[in-house]
Design a protein around this ligand. Structure first.
Ligand code: ZN
Length: 201
């Protein structure tokens, strides 16, 4: 399976990082080795001093598709959840300045946290995603604020990458990204329901 991520999909988050609002989805991938195994803590890697949390809505692909039409895109999803796209912001900044690929800052071991899947087809389009750090809400967004809709994301990605059963799409983070430190406890909610809980070491 592969993990495909969308960057800058909320205008407010693009602005907080000083990025332009994109005219087409920003796409990058994480290797399957980036998945944090369930119930494991996230261990801050020794080579970064600035790991940021990014809570996101996650889509799981349920069947193979290429050049998927927007009108049929939702039928390719078989489950959703929330996840965290951990980002080594200090390293990402360096790589971006040099015009180099971001992969090391986004695809390192443990950087993809996947919550408990809620199976089934999408019954609605607006989802509230929330991240709590030490019981305080630090990120809160609604997918109605997406620059690119779920259908547009799936259609766009499938022009370049054949989507396969089990692939996971990270759909971008709302504003409020920030650093984590050892001892933090993170919890991710989808429409107020806790689907992810994680300790930082
Ligand atoms: Zn992200």
């Amino acid at each position: 399976m592969k993990i495909i991520c969308i960057g800058r999909n909320y205008a407010d988050h693009a602005e907080e990082l000083g990025n332009q609002i994109p005219d087409e989805p920003v796409v990058f991938c994480k290797p399957d080795s980036s998945i944090l195994q369930p119930r494991n803590p996230f261990v801050i890697p020794p080579w970064s001093k600035e790991i940021h949390h990014e809570i996101e809505l996650l889509l799981r692909i349920g069947r193979v598709g290429k050049y998927i039409d927007k009108n049929h895109a939702l039928s390719y999803i078989d489950a959703i959840t929330v996840g965290i796209d951990f980002t080594a912001r200090d390293l990402q900044k360096k790589l971006k300045e040099k015009g180099l690929p971001w992969e090391k800052s986004k695809g390192f071991d443990g950087s993809a946290v996947i919550g408990k899947w809620v199976p089934g087809s999408l019954k609605k389009k607006d989802y509230q995603i929330t991240l709590l750090k030490n019981n305080l809400i630090i990120q809160n967004g609604n997918t109605s604020q997406f620059i690119f809709s779920i259908e547009e994301i799936i259609s766009h990605i499938s022009k370049f990458f054949t989507l396969k059963t089990g692939d996971v799409i990270f759909t971008g983070t709302p504003p409020g990204v920030g650093p984590i430190t050892a001892g933090d406890q993170l919890e991710g909610h989808l429409d107020g329901k806790s689907l992810l809980s994680l300790n930082i070491r």
